[in-house]
Design a protein around this ligand. Sequence first.
Ligand code: HAM
Length: 420
Amino acid sequence: MKKSYQAPRGMRDVLPENMPAWQRLEETARHLARLFGFSEIRPPLMEETDLFTRSVGEVTDIVEKEMFSLQKGKTSLSLRPEGTAGVVRAYVQAGYAKRDPLQRLYYCGPMFRYERPQKGRERMFTQFGVECIGSSDPRLDAEVMDMAATFFEELGLTGLEVRMNSMGDGEDRDRYRDAVSDFLSPKLDDFCDLCQSRFEKNVLRVLDCKNPNCGELIVGAPVLIDFLGDENRAHFEAVQEGLRDLGREPCVDTSIVRGLDYYTRTVFEIHAPDLGARSALCGGGRYDHLVRDLGGPDVPAVGFAIGFTGTLIVFEQLGLLEGLERETADVYVIGFSAEQKAAVLQVANDLRKGGISAIYDVDERSFKAQMKAAGKGDHRYAVILGEDELARGVVQLKDLGAKSQEEVPRDGLVEAILRG
Ligand code: HAM
């Protein structure tokens, strides 16, 4: 029996009919990136596994369970589970810190995580991300949060929640870690096995456990903002101030911890309440030590990534992005007989040279079949070439929407369509 192949679990084809919605997201991302002064960067889809272990963190779901890794000789490589680590590696490798330290970079492309596929979660998914490397100014935190929210608003999505928190840094974090340990240790036996091992290795990751029972046990745990020192508190407040200056009311959510270890100070998520528990459409924050941890100088940074999977689900639920048509040629050129084949090809060629997309029947089907194909394919025009037309140097230009038809000179066809 012949085997029928399927896309790998958790990965999917974006078919031409689904493409317009994707293109709309990508175009909006690029448009916004330009407006906010970001330049595109394209690091490889794979990096040394160790890069992700060091940046995302050894004791995180991503590194412990979700990486697609392969061994080539002595090198372990992994498909990127997120974009920040690769961008920071590229920043360091390119030597920007010395020659041009403030870099506003963006990317839009696939990420890979070996997660259990479910609504809004895939194993290959697309992120639009920005990384603003080189400044610790709280206005930048506010600016990238505003940019992420603007992305959704540009596409017509309102009612989103932009939630922020501070993860502190340095001593605040140490004091907080101790307080969380003290809070958890009396009930440690009730937590899942993973939490028990994480308690020893990286206690803050217990707060990020997806197990509902553990979720209940952490209710009432200390919150980091109560441990912020003066400097980090001032930063946290300045970010909120910056948001207000941009016309957005900050929404502090002390439960946001983020699933990646590199964050310091500001963290934020954008949620669509309809998507359920794991509803973040966007996650981001500041990572002031990652450049240094990956071998560069001490350069602070802030960024975010928007996931397209969840975004498209919400858009579909709300009926946004509807009515977008699959890309197709504007003109379908039709000939009456095989003898006109060369002329049909020439007309299509003239149209393409004139900047108008055109296709023609390649199977030498009947006139009727060609007309049917032209009507089915969402083309704007059919250009019909009969023997008589050929002899007189004209064509019939049929507007397939308006169902009207006019005779135009062959050498005036491009102009007629552009006028159209
Ligand atoms: P993240 O929160 O892991 O952060 O991912 C950002 C967004 O990517 C999520 O909010 C979600 O929309 C989407 N996402 C994550 N995993 C999946 C999945 N398996 N399937 C579908 N969508 C998914 C980061 O990746 C950080 N690098 C963001 C960042 C950039 N922080 C600073 N700069």
